[in-house]
Design a protein. Structure first.
Ligand code: ADP
Ligand code: AMP
Ligand code: ZN
Length: 220
């Protein structure tokens, strides 16, 4: 028997560990991982019109305008693999995005099932960002100190080359953190008021965070 579609959001500041946990949790929940940042990077790499529009915003560490972002993510959610739901990472990031998502789901008689709010102190986030490396092939995040690959510069999963994101500099991350506190953190209250937010301490080991997330989604 088909189960009801499930929509789960990973909320949290830049480098809180959303992408790291999403790989594990999407497998656990059997849901596709939909990351707005990955969608933008895919478009940048393939030099699409959307990628061209998003580039300047991403380079500065500010949000891409809502209309562009909402259209991109809702289009992704309309793909056949998302009929089972999705694990959303990095979206929504503004109240307008959250409302647009609620509306699109409500039109299909659906709603967000749970929001996992991962918190990490700002100073730790800066160290996480500056040491982050990503696989060019699969996008898996690593950290030179906290989560190094078995062989330096090489992805454990597929042997892909690891690279550093252009926007993972200390200057840009300070901007991204400011944007998070101003534009994204109001979503914590928005979802708490709906009774679907669970707080997760992200300042623990990667495995401990995974366990906390699995416990939080057990009842969904
Ligand atoms: P986000 O997707 O939220 O931006 P990532 O999953 O890419 O964050 O993680 C940011 C960086 O922090 C990566 O380099 C990752 O390896 C590292 N990281 C993730 N979770 C932890 C953790 N619990 N402890 C230490 N480092 C972590
Ligand atoms: P991320 O990979 O989540 O760190 O996102 C990288 C960059 O992509 C951000 O700094 C923004 O410029 C842009 N971006 C990603 N998701 C969103 C979103 N939901 N709304 C607006 N901009 C976004
Ligand atoms: Zn890889």
């Amino acid at each position: 028997m088909a189960t009801n579609p499930k929509f789960v959001i990973l909320l949290g500041p830049p480098a809180a560990g959303k992408g790291t946990q999403a790989t594990r949790l999407s497998e656990h929940l059997q849901l596709p991982h939909v990351a707005s940042g990955d969608l933008f990077r895919y478009n940048l790499k393939n030099q699409t019109e959307l990628g061209r529009k998003a580039k300047a915003y991403m380079d500065q560490g500010v949000l891409v305008p809502d209309d562009i972002t909402i259209a991109m993510v809702l289009d992704r959610l309309s793909q056949p693999d998302c009929t089972v739901g999705a694990l959303l990472d990095g979206f929504p990031r503004t109240l307008a995005q959250a409302e647009a998502l609620d509306k699109a789901l409500a039109e299909k008689g659906l709603a967000i099932n749970g929001v996992l709010n991962i918190s990490v102190p700002d100073e730790e986030l800066i160290e996480r960002v500056t040491g982050r490396r990503l696989c060019r092939t699969c996008g898996e995040p690593y950290h030179i100190k906290f989560n190094p690959p078995k062989r330096a510069g090489i992805c454990d999963k597929d042997g892909g080359e690891l690279y550093q994101r252009d926007d993972d500099t200390e200057a840009t991350v300070r901007n991204r953190l400011r944007v998070y506190w101003e534009q994204t953190s109001p979503l914590i209250g928005y979802y708490r008021d709906k009774g679907i937010l669970v707080d997760i301490d992200g300042a623990q080991s990667i495995d401990a965070v995974t366990e906390a997330l699995k416990a939080a989604v057990a009842g969904l």
